[in-house]
Write a protein that binds this ligand. Structure first.
Ligand SMILES: Cc1cc2nc3c(=O)[nH]c(=O)nc-3n(C[C@H](O)[C@H](O)[C@H](O)COP(=O)(O)OP(=O)(O)OC[C@H]3O[C@@H](n4cnc5c(N)ncnc54)[C@H](O)[C@@H]3O)c2cc1C
Length: 285
């Protein structure tokens, strides 16, 4: 139960929303689906006097054009799954399909909420970085677009200022074969590590690829694995090299109640390998 007094706002325009956030600063929280925010406020871990609900700003839904995919910040996982996203954007579908918590979380939790919360162990930060998404932030001085790789500054930290909110996630439509794998303790657990892989295929042969690891460090990071391809265009036989490539990027592994940093370091290469395998074969290896 939230025991403090709380003012609820549902602004009708971007300008009104930004003015509320600017007026109340850290005292205000943007409300997405509330699946993280409200329980945290109930436990007293977060205290805000105002919540600003974006429900009237038309930020629900996915738009696909010839060149772009735009995902409104209030798009739920369930809505995301109603769209057949292709190419690199297919990573959103793969990740959304594996979110735990049942229909309540998939129908209520939003992509923008997960992106903004910036929990290293969430699925979305890694997918946003992997897809080269740009996050559109609305503030009192206008709109700015930040590449996902620059959006995350640390665990639970982003470049979003208190008077800004995330409105849209925008990405270029790019052809790729994608694969996703996450390590978790049990079927219903949160991820410990996620791997978002994408490969480019020409004439039936893989010619390049990357894997983005989430949950392993405070911020997602991407490893270019193109150099590990053999002459036939596959990654077979490159397991140790892949482990080394991934490990070389892990300076300070993330740790939380799910797993210590040394475990995350150890399983990062395995997650990367399985996601890469998924790009061409589907399933696990
Ligand atoms: C039982 C359960 C299981 C879960 N399983 C998984 C899982 O397997 N994988 C996973 O990744 N996640 C999982 N989650 C987390 C889930 O993904 C998040 O709860 C959800 O996506 C957060 O979205 P929300 O809209 O509810 O955010 P909210 O709770 O509304 O907000 C979260 C934070 O983001 C801020 N915020 C929200 N929207 C915006 C915006 N547009 N602009 C700026 N700031 C904003 C809020 O102020 C708050 O700080 C689980 C959660 C639960 C409860």
């Amino acid at each position: 139960m939230i025991r403090t007094g709380l003012a609820y706002h549902a602004p009708e325009s971007t300008r009104e929303a930004c003015a509320l956030l600017a007026d109340h600063g850290d005292g205000a929280a943007v409300l997405g689906g509330g699946t993280m925010l409200l329980p945290a406020m109930g436990r007293g871990e977060k205290t805000h006097d105002h919540v600003v609900d974006l429900r009237h700003l038309g930020l629900d839904g996915v738009t696909v054009t010839d060149d772009l995919v735009e995902i409104g910040a209030r798009t739920t996982y369930s809505t995301l799954l109603e769209h057949e996203l292709d190419g690199v954007a297919g990573l959103f579908t793969l990740a959304a399909g594996g979110i735990t918590g049942g229909p309540q979380v998939r129908n209520q939790g939003t992509v923008g909420g997960s992106a903004s919360y910036a929990n290293p162990a969430s699925d979305m930060p890694g997918v946003l970085v992997a897809t080269g998404a740009r996050l559109v932030l609305e503030g009192p001085n206008g709109t700015r677009e930040v590449p996902a790789a620059d959006f995350y500054t640390g665990a639970f930290e982003t470049v979003r200022r208190p008077d800004e909110f995330l409105s849209v996630i925008r990405l270029a439509r790019r052809p790729a074969q994608v694969g996703y794998y996450k390590v978790k303790l049990s079927e219903s657990s949160w991820p410990i590590a996620t791997a978002s892989a994408q490969v480019q295929v020409e004439d039936g042969r893989v010619v390049s690829g990357t894997v983005t690891l989430g949950g392993v460090c405070a911020r997602p990071f991407t490893v270019d694995v193109t150099a590990l391809l053999d002459e036939s265009g596959n990654f077979r036989g490159a397991d140790r090299e892949l482990d080394e490539l991934v490990d070389g990027q892990i300076e300070d592994p993330w740790h939380d109640e799910l797993a210590p940093g040394r475990y995350r370091r150890q399983i990062a290469g395995v997650a990367a390998r399985r996601a890469l395998h998924h790009t061409t074969q589907g399933g696990e290896r």
